[in-house]
Design a protein around this ligand. Structure first.
Ligand SMILES: COc1ccc(N2C[C@H](O)c3cc(S(N)(=O)=O)sc3S2(=O)=O)cc1
Ligand SMILES: [Zn+2]
Length: 258
């Protein structure tokens, strides 16, 4: 099979051939249906502590654009539904070719124009790869933020300004060391959906505690257009790099809000 992607000949409907778990019972993303979620008063706010990275790349890996530090630096996530500390690994985006599509998770069937994922791994494992393979839904914790078009996002501007430099698949650029990742996050990480799921791309491992925030972040139309200028490994616009929703099966989606 051609390397996986989002085109007709290598998209989500084909992924099960190399990754049979694609048809598993804990797959992501899902449609977050407010009438079916359950409020859990035990869900506390999350705490993310991100330290500026001295050596991080922003890259086009052919299926997304990704902020990737060369090594950990003590940036971590705790609280919420998490029993232990998780180390920051990377963040990346999924988006559409127009404002009516692009996010992976949906809310009552509604898609947002984009979705930002902050990936973290369970620090009780020796490495990120061990965490992915550790079995069960506590290997990784991914924060999902919906993006909607509105005011310019000043915190994301240092990243969206780099997009023209990684327009082509396989290219990367060094991120200035004064980039403040913490500034991307809302001041309080309170209202979120959480459920046990998977990576939304191959290998589709069912190792993810998903935490999707109710409140979207805003980016400007110009910032959205920057994403839409990115090219995939087939030389086509990368927009549309989102997996459609998967069956919930017998999973519960909990909320930290009523
Ligand atoms: C075992 O080998 C590997 C395991 C995982 C990965 N990753 C790359 C994936 O594309 C991917 C997709 C994620 S999403 N859209 O947040 O669900 S998170 C993530 S990753 O960084 O964990 C690479 C190698
Ligand atoms: Zn993702």
């Amino acid at each position: 099979m051609a390397p996986w992607g989002y085109e007709k000949d290598n998209g989500p409907a084909h992924w099960h051939k190399d990754c049979p778990i694609a048809n598993g019972k804990n797959q992501s993303p899902i449609d977050l249906i407010n009438g079916e979620v359950k409020y859990d008063s035990g869900l506390k706010p999350l705490t993310a502590k991100y330290v500026p990275f001295s050596d991080a790349k922003f890259l086009n890996n052919g299926h997304s654009v990704q902020f990737q530090p060369s090594a950990g630096n003590g940036s971590e996530l705790t609280g919420g539904p998490l029993a232990v500390k998780y180390n920051f690994e990377q963040f990346h985006f999924h988006w559409g070719n127009n404002d009516t599509e692009g996010s992976e998770h949906r809310v009552d069937g509604k898609m947002y124009p984009a979705e930002l994922h902050f990936v973290h791994w369970n620090s009780t494992n020796p490495s990120f790869k061990d965490a992915v393979g550790s079995g069960g839904p506590n290997g990784l914790a991914v924060l999902g933020f919906f993006l909607k078009v509105g005011a310019e996002n000043a915190a994301l501007k240092p990243i969206t300004d780099l997009i023209p430099k990684v327009k082509d698949a396989g290219t990367s650029v060094t991120v200035p060391s004064n980039f403040d990742m913490q500034a991307i996050l809302p001041a309080t990480l309170t209202d979120y959906y959480t459920y046990d799921g998977s990576l939304t791309t191959p290998p589709l491992a069912e190792c993810v505690k998903w935490i999707v925030f109710k409140q979207p972040l805003e980016v400007s139309a110009a910032q959205m257009e920057a994403f839409r200028s990115v090219i995939n490994r087939d030389g086509k616009p990368m927009g549309g790099n989102y997996r459609p929703p998967c069956p919930l099966h017998d999973r519960a989606v909990k909320t930290s809000f009523k």
